[in-house]
Design a protein around this ligand. Structure first.
Ligand code: IPE
Ligand code: IPE
Ligand code: MG
Length: 242
């Protein structure tokens, strides 16, 4: 693999279908997906990927049945507690991005603790998007911007740059994803990183998330390697700049 992306993001989809195929409850699919998270994280660390972000729960997912939401949240708390030592041993920086005000106090506490602990690490940055949506992110940035204007910190006479606006997004300091993988055959963005994926390469696979393993990740990276990212320029311009 010649080109290793700096930031890979995954929309982890298909847990429900995986469970249904086996005659199991949906929650069993979510539980099985934890092993795939482990495999993907190991693969990212082994291959020198700097940032691995995982879409775990969307703003829209709050509309799911209460029992599934409760089960998922318990699973997250359990996984965070259970994986803390592994994350520390593997030098992984752990972050959660999303509307944390909708998460329980208990979950917020666990998240704060592991974010604080792992902030001394220097290896892979693993980001879990929880209670997140792209529109929520852009709106909260716009509100921050408006507040800065209101307080006089910023003037509307100054032009607003895209870099400045990006610094108000919840992903400030994290490079935009180079590669976005979505499992389970769905080919949509589902209100994920709308601003940040402006020039992201997309890779869709039919593999259901609980079945996703290192080899599936490798295939995505191989496809990515063969892509030519032009950012609006011509092929000649790109080739001449290398
Ligand atoms: C992804 O799997 C996990 C979450 C969205 C929380 P799904 O639960 O969406 O699985 P399908 O799409 O129903 O198969
Ligand atoms: C999107 O999955 C978000 C996550 C994977 C967490 P969904 O399965 O909820 O997406 P839609 O609603 O089918 O597009
Ligand atoms: Mg789904």
């Amino acid at each position: 693999m010649s080109k290793i992306p700096r930031h890979v993001s995954i929309i982890m989809d298909g847990n429900g279908r995986w469970a249904r195929q086996r005659g199991l409850e949906r929650l069993e699919g979510h539980k099985a997906g934890v092993e795939s998270v482990r495999a993907a994280t190991e693969f990212a660390a082994e291959n020198g990927i700097g940032f691995l972000s995982l879409f775990a729960f969307s703003e829209e997912n709050w509309m799911r049945p209460e029992s599934e939401i409760m089960g998922l949240m318990e699973l997250m708390v359990g996984a965070i507690i259970g994986e803390t030592s592994t994350l520390m041993e593997n030098n992984i920086i752990f972050k959660v991005i999303g509307d944390k005000s909708r998460l329980s106090a208990g979950l917020n506490e666990k998240i704060d603790e592991i974010e604080r602990k792992s902030s001394v690490n220097t290896g892979l940055t693993m980001i879990i998007f929880l209670s997140y949506s792209g529109k929520w992110d852009i709106l909260q940035a716009a509100v921050k911007y408006a507040e800065m204007v209101k307080s006089g910190e910023l003037s509307l006479d100054e032009p607003v740059s895209s870099d400045f606006f990006a610094s108000l997004l919840s992903t400030a300091g994290i490079p935009d994803p180079d590669l976005l993988i979505r499992t389970s055959g769905e080919q949509r963005i589902s209100n994920y990183m709308l601003w940040q994926s402006a020039y992201t390469e997309f890779y869709f696979t039919d593999v259901l998330w609980p079945d996703f393993r290192k080899n599936d990740f490798r295939m995505a990276l191989e496809t990515y390697s063969a892509r030519e990212r032009r950012y609006g320029k011509t092929r000649d311009q790109i080739n001449n700049s290398i």
